[in-house]
Design a protein around this ligand. Structure first.
Ligand code: TPP
Length: 647
């Protein structure tokens, strides 16, 4: 570990002496928050340092959310020091910043299994601990769920403290606003800790974010103050007197317009801003709040993403969610694979298309880097929008742009697009607008677990009238699909997986694909396997395994889920009498269901159909390879399913 990358905590926090009587590592002595409370407050900076080292060390091996967690070490320690979890309930928004919380609530010894199959989750999990109040992973839910819990306590006559920790990115979501709105109205006793690091994953966007910055820098007060004073002086005759009166009342006047007025108007007592790496300020304010708060209160805490680890402080965006890396340098361990990711192919192709089609506009909901739009933003700054964590708004906004004659491309991960189902239906598909949905991280996503798997999109897209749904088997098909989408005057969804593409040779030129036509990759007579997207390659490997057993199978790259190639489905059903479908999606309402419906619709009976995909359950965290094996979505699983079908 190179020393210079790790900042000495005594430097970054107020210098406080550590008592000599506390020997050995402090974290090792903490099995629960009760043990934490036994430590003298002066020793907390030392504990914070140990926790930082543990987090950096673990995440360098397992991958995970590094910079958000390093930013809230002191805040989390202080919350557990002052409040009494689990009676007092600490509710994490998104939950990606819960590592210190896990270390202090009995999961220190399992911490090295973070995000690994059968290890502890990277997000709060009620199965793991009574200190985890909700299972989360999506942004903006905390205020609403906490308010519901607060009201449930009110109904039951209970009075535990309920504390939400929400970031300045997540408080921008529509859902969080809706929660704030009702909390103020109900005057419920809810403590909202706003963890303001001026970052979402990327630097935060939007008017609220600008407002928070003005609070931090004091500009809110200064600007309004200067404008008002200037105005007063200009009022004829009474101006100078008014000016003097206001000057005298400056202190109370300050209270009226600085800071946090917006939250006060929403019905919250605003406290802050305070420094989130300073234990004295944190403990003092939290203790006061605990004793005094009887109504909604917002504590504004300023933190630094990546605090204490130089590479993460300097590049908090890349260290927001990171794979395994070398902690001495901060450099990621390189994948020994020359292949690009699907995300990279998406962004390169979109850039190419945007040069020839100036109607193309790219939209992201707070995920510029994740969706690969960094270069697009640089190349076409006027045609790029980051709307913040606001998926519903992103889709409705795209509907407006499409109505105005543009070709919006909305790039959103499969799991987060779930939020915008109604806008897809009501604002895009019903008016049949040419919006392209670039749905990244579709299928098994892996270590982020149940809230992040993209396993529902085929089911929530397939039934939307007017929508074309496709999924590519490789990088070249992906490029052709993007191009094809731009030639169609209807809404189109292309879903593609997390991770590397299949090959390295990019085909030129780019071409259109015939709408609703599948591709037969190899022909056989015993059964037909209809694969889709990521499952095409293992289906081909399964065909080789079957061939070795003397069984010939037809392998179809289905390409389109909608419109489905009904002609081919019917022909192969008649020819082989046995069909296997493979999809990385829940079986209910997915691709296999579409195929069954086609057989029914065409009155084809007597065909044996087997579908593989995800049955009625949520898929846990773990590496994609392990999960694909477990759920039978690798070559061996497809081979086995084919054998069962033939029996
Ligand atoms: C609905 C939804 N959209 C996108 C994401 C991806 N995401 C995870 S964390 C994050 C940024 C959250 O920013 P903030 O709340 O400020 O927390 P910070 O990481 O800065 O601590 C985003 C966009 C998500 N989890 N949920």
């Amino acid at each position: 570990m190179k020393e210079n990358l790790f900042k000495d905590n005594s430097v970054i926090m107020e210098k406080q002496p550590t008592p000599d009587n506390l020997q050995g590592p402090l974290l090792e002595q903490i099995e629960s928050p009760a043990d934490l409370k036994k430590l003298p407050a002066e020793s907390l900076p030392r504990l914070a340092q140990e926790i930082r080292e543990k987090i950096i060390d673990t995440v360098s091996k397992t991958g995970g959310h590094l910079s958000p967690n390093l930013g809230v070490v002191e805040l989390t320690i202080a919350l557990h020091y002052v409040f009494d979890s689990p009676h007092d309930k600490i509710i994490w928004d998104v939950g990606h910043q819960c590592y210190t919380h896990k270390l202090l609530t009995g999961r220190r010894d399992q911490f090295q299994t973070l995000r690994q199959f059968k290890g502890i989750s990277g997000f709060p999990s009620r199965l793991e601990s009574p200190h985890d109040i909700f299972d989360v992973g999506h942004s903006g839910t905390s205020i609403s769920t906490a308010l519901g819990l607060t009201e449930s306590q009110k109904q039951k006559g209970e009075h535990d403290n309920i504390i939400v920790v929400i970031g300045d990115g997540s408080i921008n979501t529509g859902l969080a606003f809706e929660g704030l709105n009702q909390t103020g109205d109900l005057e419920s006793k809810l403590i909202v800790v706003l963890n303001d690091n001026e970052m979402s994953i990327s630097p935060n966007v939007g008017a609220l974010s600008a407002y928070l910055s003005r609070i931090i820098t004091g500009k809110a007060y200064n600007r309004v103050h200067t404008e008002l004073m200037h105005f007063l002086k200009t009022i004829p005759s009474i101006g100078p007197t008014l000016f003097r009166t206001v000057k005298q009342a400056e202190e109370s006047f300050k209270g009226l317009i600085v800071p946090g007025l917006l939250f006060e108007e929403l019905g919250f007592t605003y406290v802050g801003p305070i420094q989130g790496h300073n234990f004295r300020q944190l403990l003092e304010n939290l203790k006061n709040i605990k004793n005094l708060s009887r109504r909604p209160l917002l504590l504004h805490v300023i933190t630094k993403k990546g605090k204490g680890y130089l590479p993460a402080e300097q590049d908090p965006e890349n260290f927001h969610g990171i794979g395994p890396f070398d902690k001495a340098t901060g450099n990621p361990h390189k994948a020994n694979n020359a292949h690009k990711s699907y995300t990279e192919v998406f962004c390169e192709t979109l850039n190419e298309l945007a040069v020839i089609d100036n109607r193309i506009i790219a939209i992201t909901a707070g995920m510029t880097t994740g969706t690969g739009l960094v270069d697009f933003k640089k190349l076409f700054p006027q045609r790029f929008y980051d709307v913040g964590i606001a998926e519903e708004h992103a889709v409705a906004f795209a509907a407006g742009l499409a109505t105005g004659g543009f070709r919006p491309v909305v790039a959103i991960y499969s799991t987060f697009l779930q939020r915008a189902y109604d806008q897809m239906l009501h604002d895009v598909c019903w008016p049949n607008l040419p919006v392209l949905f670039a749905i990244d991280r579709a299928g098994i996503v892996g270590e982020d677990g149940p809230t992040h798997q993209g396993l529902f999109d085929l089911s929530y897209l397939r039934h939307l009238p007017n929508l074309v749904v496709m999924t590519p088997k490789d990088e070249n098909e992906f490029r052709h699909m993007l191009y094809t989408a731009m030639t169609l005057a209807v809404p189109v969804a292309i879903r593609y997986p997390r991770g590397k593409v299949e090959g390295v040779n990019i085909e030129k030129p780019i071409k259109t694909l015939p709408l609703g036509k599948a591709e037969v990759l190899c022909e056989g007579s015993k059964l037909a396997i209809f694969a889709l997207g990521k499952t095409v390659s293992p289906a081909l490997s399964a065909a080789t395994l079957l061939k070795n057993r003397g069984i010939s199978a037809t392998i179809v790259n289905s390409r389109f889920v909608k419109p489905l190639d009904q002609e081919l489905v019917c022909a192969l059903a008649r020819k082989t009498g046995k069909i296997l479908t493979v999809e990385e999606n829940v079986l209910a309402g997915g691709f296999g269901s579409a195929l069954l419906e086609t057989l029914e619709h065409n009155n084809i009976t007597g065909v044996k159909v087997k579908r593989i995909g995800i049955s009625d359950q949520f898929v846990e965290h773990g590496s994609p390879d392990i999960l694909r094996k477990k759920y039978g979505l690798d070559a061996a699983g497809i081979f086995q399913a084919a054998c069962e079908l033939l029996e």
